[in-house]
Design a protein around this ligand. Sequence first.
Ligand SMILES: C[S@@+](CC[C@H](N)C(=O)[O-])C[C@H]1O[C@@H](n2cnc3c(N)ncnc32)[C@H](O)[C@@H]1O
Length: 205
Amino acid sequence: MPKRRFLIVCHDADTDGCFNLDDLPGSGGRIDVAARCVVAGLLISYGVRKDAEILLFFQRGPRPGLTIRISGDRVKYLNPDERSTAALIRNAILKHKNAGVLESSPGVQVFRSDLETLLKTGRNVYYLKEDGIPAENFVFPEDEILFLLGDHRDLTADEESIVMKYARAKLNLSPLSLYSEHCITIIHNILDRKFSGSPVPENRN
Ligand SMILES: C[S@@+](CC[C@H](N)C(=O)[O-])C[C@H]1O[C@@H](n2cnc3c(N)ncnc32)[C@H](O)[C@@H]1O
């Protein structure tokens, strides 16, 4: 089963950590999208995906390049609701204060980076995009995969040109344009089915 990593480029979410937990879309600059991606990427019913990791890369605010890494094998205090997940993110942002790499809570690391560095350190990068090739029958590597996607906004042309230097392929998940967290769920489903080892029952109809 490959380790799955998801890198979400967050375009408007603020990095000063002053957002109101009762107004995540407005005061948080759509931090609600990031929170939903964390939940979709790491949680299953009554459990955590130990083989998954989320990277939230924040482009805006006083500390552009702030990056939060949440690792499924170590994370604690992660719950399925958006509000408490956003609180975990806010805690990471507030505690960082320009330190190098800080572990703000178990399994949650925060540091400054740039897109190119994150992509260079990621093995087997795939870019999720509507105009990519279908992902369903794609042959994925079995060790580690990094999927990159936008938040409520697509990547800019500049971001895309950096990503395409490192991406092994651009993958499409649907004929429709989907929410980021739904893209993550579909990827998990594709990989779960491919690598779980349990045969899919035959359709007898
Ligand atoms: C909500 S979408 C961004 C805005 C959207 N493209 C639009 O025009 O409204 C979030 C991200 O999910 C990914 N995405 C959305 N639909 C996809 C699809 N059908 N196949 C692959 N990736 C998709 C892309 O990375 C996209 O930037």
